[in-house]
Design a protein around this ligand. Structure first.
Ligand code: GLA
Ligand code: ZN
Length: 665
């Protein structure tokens, strides 16, 4: 049981500063009706709070905080440093960013500060501290929200200089750096730290996605992630110096590529994140993002933002269908959330988010479909009380997720541009999701011994100590699955020589001599020992067995009948190696055999397409049964007759699309 909250926070981003005061009263009335008990304020109010360099004016924010405190809200108080005031940029142009093309930006947008600008740092720290002094001991301020959705990157001269300092600290000598980046290639040898420049379009970057020197570009990503993390820590520490207790977070973005969230989470009291699936995002991918956000700290998380209905910034901003927001919210709680917060509570009158969904629409009415659905959920959450607050999500399977690997895999030039990190991980996740096998998303330095199986697709970068940790996990009885593009490079993106999969070769019991790349229109097949066949694509490792047994061989091409999927007994454990991208049916076969081998059972025996998730607290378990299939589904026999905490009625019969059951055992 780990939660900083006394109740499930239900509310979201609230910008009364954008509205006349009469509206505030109406807001309070309507929010109460909807069961809203929390508001996130001051996310983008820096320009209002600080009209010029010397003046701070908290009068409006005082009134907002006062009003919310009077109404007994849990206030999530943001520091507003996610968007700088125009005067700051005009006076100190260095606070804005230089982009990938090398252009210094003028004032505009948000999330726009150079993380290494001392001027930005000075004013951001000062603002955070002033806010903490003013509001930190207000008992209604339950959570600090630092900046907003950290992300993007800067390539300015301040960043370049800070990068060199970062590099010196990491490598000590230029000799070590030259070796790490393999700078003999294309005659890149550096003789002076000042010769090193940021890898954007003017340097070693190749069209944003690729790079001439992955070692350099990966380091720049690590450095940018660290730079922004320093910004976060700076504000956090400024707050902590005057407010010892209140929980501090910043809102993350799921599988967002730019920041190493496992590293970030260590500095955060609680993880919070913003969930914006598109109309066609698979539900399993959303579930995976929730599990990843829970995995960052191995603790329940906050859903800081979701839209009650539509977005504005996607190409096709479909409405959430009736019941969808509710189902999606329960899915979020099911996977470990202790809060449900919206962006936003009242729809903007102008600028680019005026078409973004909100609890209160432009009609201003409490009679809209969306408002009624928000109210229904509010009532359900209130009725549930604190039963699931801080509850755990027990799992026997751990899937590795690693930002270094994400960056390195996608920077590689070759063998196949279609190779996408998140997509590869998701293919494996989806199997467990569809089979009702709970999963933890884990970092590469996790305690593997907690899991019956560790799943490590495209474990491209095997950093120091990782192979040893995996070997000892398997040796003492664990089951590991990995495959193509694994064990290839070290932490600097230099190849582990001696044959793929490098340091994993011994435990996998295979040697991958060559890697064939298949274009989207090309396919091969997998032939399993029992004669059954399925498709495969993307990449095909050409394997030699070194102790492993072949579970499937290729069906065609010059490597027909050579092993493609293998299993190796190693110590008391087992390692599966999947040398290609099987189709869903093929992966199903392989993972069925793995789960049987490892003794992993689904949490429900019956065959059902419903999403079924379990949280546990105080010896009780909470079963979230959600119909996300778009078609009616029968309630599984094993739940029939049990009482649904949400409706109070007995479970049974059929669940309509987006229906939810919550059963306590
Ligand atoms: C992000 C931001 C919010 C808002 C929403 C709109 O999550 O944090 O300020 O812009 O997107 O979807
Ligand atoms: Zn910069």
């Amino acid at each position: 049981m780990k939660t900083p909250f006394n109740r499930i926070l239900y509310g979201g981003d609230y910008n009364p500063n954008q509205w006349p005061r009469e509206i505030w009263e109406e807001d309070m009335r309507l929010f109460k009706k909807a069961g809203i008990n929390s508001a996130t304020v001051n996310v983008f109010s820096w320009a209002k709070i600080q009209p010029d360099e010397e003046t701070y004016d908290f009068s409006e924010l005082d009134d907002i905080v006062e009003m919310l405190s009077r109404e007994n809200y849990d206030i999530v108080l943001a520091t507003s440093t996610g968007a700088m005031p125009a005067w700051l940029v005009k006076r100190y142009p260095e606070v804005s960013r230089v982009d990938y093309e090398g252009r210094r930006h003028k004032f505009g947008q948000r999330h726009n500060a150079c993380p290494n600008s001392p001027v930005f740092q000075k004013y951001a720290r000062r603002l955070a501290q002033k806010l903490a002094r003013r509001y930190g001991n207000n008992p209604h301020v339950t959570c600090w929200h630092i900046s907003n959705e950290y992300g993007g990157e800067c390539y300015c001269e301040n960043c370049e200089k800070a990068f060199r300092v970062w590099l010196r600290k990491k490598y000590g000598t230029l000799k070590a750096l030259n070796r790490a980046w393999n700078t003999e290639f294309w005659g890149h040898t550096f003789y002076d730290w000042d010769e090193i420049v940021a890898p954007n379009a003017l340097g070693d970057g190749i069209g944003r996605e690729k790079t001439a020197f992955a070692g350099l570009s990966i380091d720049y990503r690590r450095f940018m992630s660290d730079s922004m993390l320093e910004n976060y820590k700076m504000e956090r520490d400024a707050i902590r110096s005057v407010d010892a207790k209140t929980t501090i977070t910043t809102n993350l973005m799921g599988t967002y590529k730019g920041l190493d969230y496992f590293k970030w989470a260590k500095e955060m009291d609680i993880v919070s994140w913003d969930n914006y699936p598109a109309y066609n995002t698979p539900w399993s991918l959303t579930a995976m993002c929730h599990d990843l956000m829970r995995g960052l700290k191995d603790q329940p998380f906050m859903l800081m933002e979701q839209t009650p209905s539509q977005q504005n910034w996607q190409p096709y901003n479909s409405l959430k269908r009736p019941g969808q927001m509710r189902a999606q919210s329960w899915q979020t709680v099911a996977h470990g959330a202790d809060t449900i917060q919206f962006f936003q509570l009242r729809r903007s009158v102008g600028a680019c988010e005026k078409f973004h969904g909100a609890v209160i629409s432009h009609s201003g009415s409490g009679e809209t479909r969306v408002f009624k659905e928000v109210s229904q959920l509010g009532a359900e959450l209130a009725a549930l009380g604190n039963k699931t607050l801080g509850a755990e999500n027990p799992a026997e399977v751990g899937i590795l997720f690693d930002w270094d690997n994400y960056w390195a895999l996608e920077y590689t030039s070759g063998p196949n541009v279609e190779l996408r990190y998140v997509d590869q991980i998701h293919q494996y996740y989806r199997y467990f999701y569809e089979h009702h096998i709970p999963v933890d998303m884990i970092p590469v330095d996790a305690d593997f011994s907690r899991y019956k199986a560790v799943v490590a697709p495209v474990l491209y970068m095997v950093k120091q100590g990782m192979a040893e940790a995996l070997e000892s996990y398997v040796q003492s009885g664990g089951t590991l699955i990995t495959g193509f593009m694994s064990g290839i490079v070290d932490q600097s993106d230099n190849v582990h020589l001696g044959g793929y999969p490098g340091p994993l070769r011994r435990m996998c019991g295979v040697w991958a001599e060559e890697i064939d790349a298949l274009a989207p229109e090309q396919h091969n097949t997998l032939k399993f020992a029992d004669g059954s066949e399925c498709g495969c694509s993307l990449l095909c490792d050409i394997l030699h067995l070194e102790g492993a047994e072949a579970l499937a061989c290729y069906g065609s091409d010059f490597y027909a009948d050579t092993p493609a999927v293998t299993r190796n007994r190693f110590g008391s454990g087992t390692v599966y190696y999947v040398g290609t991208q099987p189709d869903a049916q093929g992966l199903e076969r392989i993972l069925n055999s793995l789960t049987a081998d490892a003794g992993i059972a689904p949490i429900i025996e019956e065959n059902t397409r419903l999403e079924i998730t379990r949280r546990a607290a105080d010896g009780r378990s909470y079963w979230f049964i959600i119909n996300l299939t778009g078609e009616p589904q029968p309630v599984p026999e094993s739940f029939a007759g049990e009482s649904d905490l949400l409706s109070g009625s007995k479970a049974g019969g059929e669940m309509k699309p987006f229906d939810v059951l919550l059963i306590e055992r």
